[in-house]
Design a protein around this ligand. Structure first.
Ligand code: AMP
Ligand code: ZN
Length: 483
């Protein structure tokens, strides 16, 4: 373990708490995963960059980490009430494809983004439809005491558990944000844990159950997979801040009913010791959405010439609990910062070649400050400046590299392996290949050496006509860029 105790903000208590594992030496984390009915937008990916930083920090501090991220391929409705359609069913109908094909396609697309953002693989990607039997068992176990049946399904009665909605802090009849309610509910916050297929209809995804053919509710999945794979109570449950309002309070109510009778004054009765939520990535125009405006997928950023790790950098520059506004200028600035780091590492390696002075002291003081920053509820923005400071100090090569490597284990930017070539991504709209640009740049250098300025200017102009800006005197040594 590192020196500084890890402190994390617990949304359940709204306090910073020192992390104390349920099982000494271990850390068990569950992160709500994507609903695979469409591509993830970069806002969704902020949730997984955050969960990744948390997981990396726990490993870095020496805990034996078991991280589960689920894949929701059934049950997530188009609104948070219970009268909407299943997002998967809806997309499958729109595209005239099977749900299974839709799920496979978008799960793979999500995994591609995970890889591109250096998000580590969890111990398991748990797929909701692999746990239907367990969900039925779980529901049966709590049905008598906590649920009631309506024509449309089996509903959880939230008045049967103590402190319902403590996580959301704002449960009032008007303030729940529920859009549609279902006839016959005892309390408007009650929610379906099993949704029956309406008579005369067939769903692509339906299973037999004691309450008739149907499909599980979304909240049930996460309770079941979290409990089954990590054991109640586990250490940390994560998700985006929207989940703090409905999905997680409902998960908590089910967990209380299942195993942990008692109120939420004891955080463990919620099923997890700590509940953590990342704030949203927003657009200036408001909420990020997959259906309106520009659909900000990671691939769109790459198509426009931004390395995906520039987006990771953008996330790390902000604290995970702050809202982060996306802008192309902001992304450009994050890319420049990453470039500066990569160039500084290059420079440091050249400058330190053969150097053998021992600066253990300087390194350990920086590492200590890095440890303090990351232990302070994952303060990645301070951690980043410490990583930069370490490079700038240009200390004895081997030990400097070792400490950079150690810092990057947490930040996951890959700064010791990235090269300037990696970072120079060709925008899809570019009409010229890199080899041609490099050849022209070389030809221009020759012309300049021979003091043939007419040729050198002509080359610059012809490159400019093809969208290539020649960057003479760029402090980073970046010789050209594509616009
Ligand atoms: P979904 O696929 O809709 O279930 O969402 C996947 C994850 O992304 C969840 O943890 C959401 O809370 C989170 N999320 C959704 N929108 C955003 C956003 N704009 N910024 C950050 N996280 C988000
Ligand atoms: Zn969930």
């Amino acid at each position: 373990m590192t020196e500084t105790p890890l402190k994390l903000f617990n949304s359940l208590t709204r306090q910073i708490e020192t992390f104390t594992p349920v099982h000494p030496g271990e850390a068990r984390v569950y992160s709500c995963g994507p609903t695979v009915y469409n591509y993830p937008h970069i806002g969704n990916m902020r949730a997984y960059v955050f969960a990744d930083i948390l997981g990396r920090t726990l490993s870095w501090k020496g805990y034996d980490l078991t991280h589960i991220i689920n894949i929701t391929d059934v049950g997530h409705l188009t609104d948070d009430g219970d009268a909407g359609e299943d997002k998967m069913e809806k997309m499958a109908a729109q595209k005239s494809q099977s749900i299974w094909d839709i799920a496979k396609h978008y799960t793979e697309a999500y995994w591609e983004d995970v890889r591109a953002l250096n998000i580590r693989q969890p111990a398991k990607w748990s797929v909701a439809t692999d746990y239907i039997d367990e969900m039925i068992d779980f529901a049966q176990g709590i049905a008598d005491k906590h649920c009631y049946e309506l024509d449309s399904g089996l509903y959880f009665d939230v008045s049967t558990v103590d402190d319902y909605g403590k996580l959301a802090r704002a449960v009032t009849e008007e303030g729940e944000g529920r859009i549609e309610t279902v006839e016959g509910k005892r309390n408007s916050a009650d929610f379906a844990i099993w949704r029956k297929t309406p008579a005369g209809e067939t769903r692509q995804m339906e299973w037999d159950s004691p309450w008739g053919k149907g499909a599980p509710g979304w909240h049930l999945e996460c309770s079941v997979m979290g409990g089954k794979l990590l054991g109640f109570p586990f250490d940390i449950h994560t998700g985006g801040i929207d989940h703090r309002e409905i999905h997680h309070p409902n998960e908590i109510a089910q967990n209380q009913a299942h195993c942990c009778t008692g109120g939420l004054g004891e955080a463990e009765n919620s099923g997890a010791r700590i509940w953590m939520h990342n704030n949203f990535l927003v657009e200036r125009s408001g909420k990020m959405s997959k259906s309106s405006g520009e659909f900000l997928r990671l691939q769109l950023l790459i198509d426009r010439g931004y390395h995906p790790l520039a987006y990771r950098m953008m996330c790390l520059q902000a604290h995970y609990r702050s809202e982060l506004e996306f802008s192309w200028e902001g992304l450009g600035a994050a890319l420049t910062r990453l470039k500066r780091i990569v160039m500084a590492v290059e420079k440091m390696r050249v400058a330190n070649r053969g150097s053998d002075f021992d600066v253990q002291q300087a390194i350990s003081s920086r590492m200590k400050r890095f440890d303090e920053a990351i232990s302070d509820d994952l303060n990645t923005s301070v951690a980043l400046t410490l990583l930069e400071g370490t490079i700038q100090a240009a200390i004895g090569q081997q030990s400097a590299e070792a400490s950079l490597e150690k810092m990057d284990e947490v930040l996951g930017l890959g700064v010791l392996n990235l090269t300037r070539e990696d970072l120079r991504i060709r925008p899809q709209s570019a009409e010229i290949e890199e080899e041609e640009i490099e050849a022209e740049i070389l030809r221009r250098k020759d012309a300049k050496l021979q003091k043939d300025y007419a040729t050198s200017d002509a080359i610059r102009a012809s490159l400019a006509a093809k969208g290539v800006e020649v960057m003479d005197g760029d402090p980073l040594g970046w010789e050209w860029k594509l616009d």
